[in-house]
Design a protein around this ligand. Structure first.
Ligand code: SAM
Length: 285
């Protein structure tokens, strides 16, 4: 089977199965071999690895992953793609396709069924559920070593942003808590069929063995982070003391800022993850 990663083969396969890309599942198939090779290289996939692919589509990226990895488990929600995948992946005996919604899959089960090896996640993600997928991967107990994924360019920028800029926010802090984020390459709409109406980028998230900061209460930390960025134009002090569910008074916030050496008029976007962690510990319930 020739590689699918070009426009002619992709159109041929879609025509053979009388199919077209489904918008509701965020289907944009990759047709650029340089991008496909770049993703596998950025993920550092070796033949020892167990790779979890989310949304194999017609199998374009899966073919490259099957060549490089020891084992590939691919989770696809769209059952009409199963016969296509059986065809396009027929030459590979190291790929298992699971017809499921990735948000409902038990990741621990996949790891234990495959000898307990840590997982590298590699995917051209369906953009409509990027954040829930990434958070599920980080929050699961399964040993996920790295996540190398195609996302909307704007989302890649937010994931990799540091304090101070317009892209810095809850997503930067949530990702930064678990992993180091690096944008590997920008990818234009012309690398897909059909073309998405936004630019894309590949990001590599390599997971820290322990979260980057220690906090007494992780939930409290992210509640504070979300509050800080909900109304970006307000001062952090206003946002925090105006959110009744946090249960902190203006005075308590002022005392915390004084202790931390943070200006009373500061906005959330200047605080580092370490500072948010400190604030969260001071403002314990
Ligand atoms: N990997 C293919 C490629 O690069 O050409 C297809 C990528 S396409 C952007 C996203 C894929 O994710 C589609 O195949 C879509 O059906 C699948 N998908 C969408 N929602 C999903 C979900 N909740 N669980 C699993 N797969 C999903």
């Amino acid at each position: 089977m020739a590689y699918l990663g070009n426009a002619a083969r992709t159109k041929e396969v879609l025509a053979k199965y009388n199919m077209s890309a489904k918008k509701k599942f965020g289907q944009n198939f990759l047709i650029d071999s340089h991008v496909l090779e770049g993703i596998v290289e950025a993920a550092g996939v070796t033949d020892d690895d167990l790779v979890l692919e989310i949304g194999p589509g017609i199998g374009s990226l899966t073919q490259y992953l099957a060549e490089a990895a020891g084992k590939v488990v691919a989770v696809e929600i769209d059952k009409t793609l199963l016969p296509v995948l059986a065809d396009t992946l027929s030459e590979y005996d190291n790929v298992t396709v699971i017809n499921e919604d990735i948000l409902k899959v038990d990741l621990d089960e996949i790891v234990s069924e495959n000898g307990g090896r840590p997982i590298k996640v590699v995917a051209n993600l369906p953009y409509y559920i990027t954040t829930p997928i990434i958070m599920k991967l980080f929050e699961s107990r399964a040993r996920i070593e790295s996540i190398t994924v195609m996302v909307q360019k704007e989302v890649a920028d937010r994931m990799a942003a540091g304090p101070g800029g317009k892209d810095y926010g809850s997503l930067s802090l949530a990702v930064g808590y678990y992993a180091k984020a690096v944008t590997v390459m920008d990818v234009p709409p012309s690398s897909f069929i059909p073309q998405p109406n936004v630019g894309s980028a590949v990001v590599n998230l390599s997971r820290y063995t322990e979260p980057r900061v220690k906090v007494q209460d992780e939930k409290r930390l992210f509640e504070i982070v979300r509050t800080a960025f909900n109304q970006r134009r307000k001062t952090l002090s206003n946002s925090l003391s105006n959110n009744p569910s946090l249960g902190v008074s203006r005075q308590e916030v002022a005392d915390a800022f004084l202790k931390m050496g943070v200006d009373e008029k500061a906005r959330g976007e200047i605080l580092t993850l370490e500072q948010f962690a400190e604030l969260s510990d001071i403002l314990q319930r």
